[in-house]
Design a binder for this molecule. Structure first.
Ligand SMILES: *Cc1c(COP(=O)(O)O)cnc(C)c1O
Length: 368
C-alpha cells in the first residue's frame, strides 16, 4: 500500500496526442524529455505513439538511449548534447541530432566517419530565443559546411528547426519576427543545396494556437501530458498526472501553536492537523509553504507552514480526518481537486515545473 504516489493516466496522453494530431497535417513529435515531464519517458512515449505521434523528442543522448534500450525504434531526435559524448553510438542507433554550431557539426562528421554511417542531423537556427541554434550571422557558414558534408555522404540534413520565445502568447510580435528569420534561414539552406524534409518550430502553444507555424512537424511537450501552455485556456486537454498521499498522522493541537520549521504558521484555534508524507525531495516545491492547495475528503485546504524535505502539515480545523484518508495534491480537477495549474499559481511557477518535479525516485508511479 502506498503512502504517496503519482498516478499517470496513459490514456490521457494518448488522447491528448490524438487531439493535437487531429489539428494539424504535420507529423507529431511527442517531447518526452525530463523523464516525460515527470510522467515516465518510456510509458509516455508508448502512449503518445498510440495516439498518432510518429517522432519522439528528447534533450540528452542518455534520454534517447533509454528509449532505444526500451525497444522503441521510432524516429527520435536529441538536441542537447556536446562534442565528446557518444555521438557514434547515437548514429548507430539512428538517433537524429540537433546541430547548432560548426563545433557540433564537426563532432557529428567525425562520428559518422568512425561508424561509416551518415549522421541524421537537424540544423538549428536561433531565431531569437538566444539559447541554442546558430545565430543568423553564423547560419550561412553552418549551412554551407553541412551541405559539403552531405555531398561527402557524412550527414543527411533531415531537418531545419528553431524554437519560440513567446508562443504562450499567441499574438506576441516575437512570433512573426521569428517566423521571418526562420523563412530566411530556410531560403539560405535551399540556396546552399539543402532540401530538408522536416522544417519544425512549433511547441505545444504554437501547435494549439498558430497553424501557420506547423510546417512539417510539431513538437508538443506539455500539452501531451494534458497541461495547457496558455494561461486560461484548456483546449480540451486531459491532465495525465495525479499526485496524492495518505494522511500519515492526525492529531489535535492547541490554538496559537506554530507549525513546522520556523513557525511561519500558527493555528487560529484548536485544530486537527494532518501530516502528509511528501516533501521537496519528492517534488513538492518549498515555495508551496502555506500556499499549496490540497483536497482531503472532498474539501480544500492549504499547506500550513513550511514544506519540509519529506513532509508537510495541513491544518484542517475541526474537520474529522482519519489516518489513511487520501490527500490529493493535484489531479484533473474533475472532482474539485486542485490542478497542477493551481499549484503553479500558488508557487509562482508554471505547470511544467510542477509535474516535472514529481518524477522523484522515492514516490512510486502507478500507471492506469
Ligand atoms: C521542451 C521543448 C519542446 C516542447 O515544449 P512545450 O512547450 O512543452 O510544448 C519543444 N521543442 C524544444 C526544443 C524543447 O526544448
Amino acid at each position: 500500500m502506498w503512502q504517496a504516489e503519482v498516478q499517470i493516466d496513459l490514456g490521457a496522453i494518448t488522447s491528448n496526442i490524438a487531439l493535437l494530431a487531429s489539428g494539424t497535417s504535420a507529423q507529431v513529435m511527442a517531447v518526452v524529455k525530463g523523464d516525460g515531464y515527470g510522467h515516465g519517458a518510456v510509458p509516455s512515449a508508448r502512449a503518445a505513439l498510440a495516439g498518432g505521434a510518429t517522432w519522439l523528442g528528447v534533450c540528452t543522448l542518455g534520454e534517447a538511449f533509454e528509449l532505444r534500450e526500451a525497444g522503441l525504434t521510432t524516429p527520435t531526435m536529441a538536441w542537447l548534447w556536446m562534442p565528446g559524448q557518444p555521438v557514434a553510438s547515437a548514429i548507430k542507433q539512428d538517433i537524429d541530432l540537433g546541430v547548432s554550431s560548426i563545433g557540433h557539426l564537426k563532432a557529428v562528421i567525425d562520428a559518422a566517419r568512425e561508424t561509416g554511417q551518415p549522421a541524421r542531423i537537424h540544423l538549428k537556427i536561433d531565431t531569437g530565443l538566444s539559447r541554442s541554434g546558430a545565430t543568423p550571422a553564423d547560419w550561412p557558414t553552418l549551412v554551407e559546411a553541412a551541405a559539403r558534408a552531405q555531398k561527402e555522404g557524412l550527414v543527411k540534413a533531415i531537418g531545419v528547426w528553431s524554437h519560440f520565445v513567446y508562443a504562450d502568447e499567441p499574438g506576441h510580435e516575437t512570433i512573426d519576427r521569428q517566423l521571418d528569420v526562420f523563412h530566411d534561414g530556410l531560403e539560405i539552406a535551399k540556396r546552399h543545396g539543402l532540401d530538408p524534409q522536416l522544417r519544425h518550430i512549433a511547441n505545444s502553444a504554437a501547435t494549439l494556437t498558430r497553424p501557420d507555424t506547423h510546417f512539417d512537424l510539431v513538437r508538443p511537450g506539455v500539452a501531451s501530458y494534458g497541461l495547457s501552455p496558455v494561461e486560461g485556456q484548456s483546449f480540451g486537454l486531459r491532465p495525465a498526472m495525479t499526485a496524492r498521499a495518505q494522511a500519515m498522522l492526525v492529531k489535535r493541537i492547541p490554538q496559537g501553536q506554530g507549525i513546522s520549521y520556523g513557525h511561519t504558521y500558527f493555528t487560529a484555534a484548536q485544530a486537527n492537523v494532518v501530516l502528509v508524507p511528501l516533501g521537496y525531495a519528492d517534488g513538492v516545491p518549498r515555495h508551496a509553504s502555506s500556499s499549496g492547495p490540497v483536497q482531503i475528503n472532498g474539501k480544500r485546504y492549504k499547506v500550513s507552514g513550511r514544506v519540509c524535505m519529506d513532509q508537510f502539515v495541513v491544518d484542517v480545523g475541526d474537520a474529522q480526518v482519519t489516518e489513511g484518508d487520501e490527500v490529493i495534491l493535484f489531479g484533473t480537477g474533475e472532482h474539485g481537486e486542485p490542478t497542477a495549474d493551481d499549484w503553479a499559481r500558488a508557487c509562482g511557477t508554471i505547470n511544467y515545473e510542477i509535474v516535472t518535479r514529481f518524477g522523484s525516485a522515492r514516490v512510486p508511479r502507478t500507471y492506469v
